[in-house]
Design a protein around this ligand. Structure first.
Ligand code: SAM
Length: 310
């Protein structure tokens, strides 16, 4: 990405896009893939783990061993999902800088399968945390514990050399500040791997209307900890562009990719007025106030027989 560019937004299939990105070119990746890809994928089984004595040689000469996971009991849909994710995660690993990090956002139903897949690609030693994002919203079934959390798997490319800016992380209040002492209470404490955070408020400026939008507060914390000003943050399942919004706020640059025009339309409105964003495969102007003003202006000019540049 050129130096003066604040962000890039692409309407594209992310696998094709990732294959064109140079190796080691991004500092931080956050992704929040959908469970249902809506595509019929070839049926494959989760089949490899890293092993020194493995019979298969894979990415960067790493050895893998075939494993059987009783996949007959998995639904076809789930096998398809891993087959969909695997090549994208292999590319994610390739495009991450040596000091880079990946945050993979998923839910409790799939997290364990995705963890095994990510361990195979990044290596088990590269897994640093499973972050639990706990919220309290929506219905409460009466026949089990109401599930009220998402899971975010945190991997680094190189566990001996990665960015984690602990001092940049916004601290949170102590639950019992009286027990912590005045000085500590005033400073607050570091968040742990369990993050209590509301969902995107139904009213308020943050809400874009995109159904799967994630809260800016969650992305802010990730960007603060695992990148620095000027870093490049990539989200190739961008949706409403929350990762980009957090990056922008914190002085990082971003690359957002989504294959759904509705997501691009939402991002066009969200980033309306921000200078230095490059758009690829999509014209944001019809969705932006400034674009609309420009169109009106041009139309008025044309009516007056003196079309001019706005
Ligand atoms: C769960 S949403 C992401 C929401 C996002 N985190 C936010 O805060 O708005 C997943 C997104 O992935 C996109 N997507 C699914 N398959 C894709 C593909 N093959 N290439 C690019 N984007 C894809 C969908 O269009 C959807 O917008």
């Amino acid at each position: 990405m050129r130096e003066h560019v604040v962000g890039q937004i692409h309407l594209a299939d992310n696998l094709e896009f990732l294959r064109q990105l140079p190796a080691a070119s991004v500092d931080l990746i956050y992704i929040d893939p959908p469970f249902n890809t809506g595509k019929v994928q070839q049926r494959t089984q989760l089949r490899t783990v890293r092993s020194r004595d493995g019979d298969r040689v894979g990415f960067q000469g790493r050895r893998y061993q075939s494993i059987v996971l009783g996949t007959k009991r998995f639904s076809d849909c789930f096998d398809d999902y891993l087959a969909f994710l695997e090549p994208r995660l292999i590319e994610a690993h390739r495009v991450l800088a040596a000091h880079g990090s990946l945050y993979f956002h998923i839910d409790y139903r799939e997290v364990h399968y995705c963890k095994v897949l990510l361990d195979a690609i990044f290596g088990r030693e590269a897994f640093l945390n499973e972050i639990i994002w706990a919220y309290d919203y929506g219905g409460r079934p009466k026949n089990r514990w109401p599930p009220k959390h998402d899971n975010i798997l945190f991997y680094v490319k190189d566990p001996s050399n990665y960015e984690f800016h602990v001092d940049a992380i916004e601290r949170i209040p102590y639950m019992a500040p009286g027990l912590a002492g005045r000085e500590k209470a005033a400073r607050g404490k570091l968040p742990t791997d369990t993050w209590w955070h509301t969902i995107v408020p139904t009213r308020g400026t943050e809400k874009t209307g995109y159904p799967t939008q994630k809260p800016l507060g969650i992305l802010r914390r990730i960007v603060q900890a695992s990148s620095r000003p000027g870093s490049v943050v990539l989200d190739f399942f961008a949706g409403s562009g929350t990762a980009g919004a957090a990056a922008l706020e914190l002085g990082r640059r971003f690359i957002l990719v989504d294959n759904h025009p509705e997501a691009l339309a939402v991002m066009a409105r969200r980033f309306d007025g921000v200078e230095g964003i490059e758009w690829f495969g999509f014209d944001p102007t019809p969705y932006q106030k400034r674009g609309k003003q420009r169109e009106l202006f041009a139309a008025r000019g044309a009516r007056q027989g003196c079309a001019r540049d706005a």
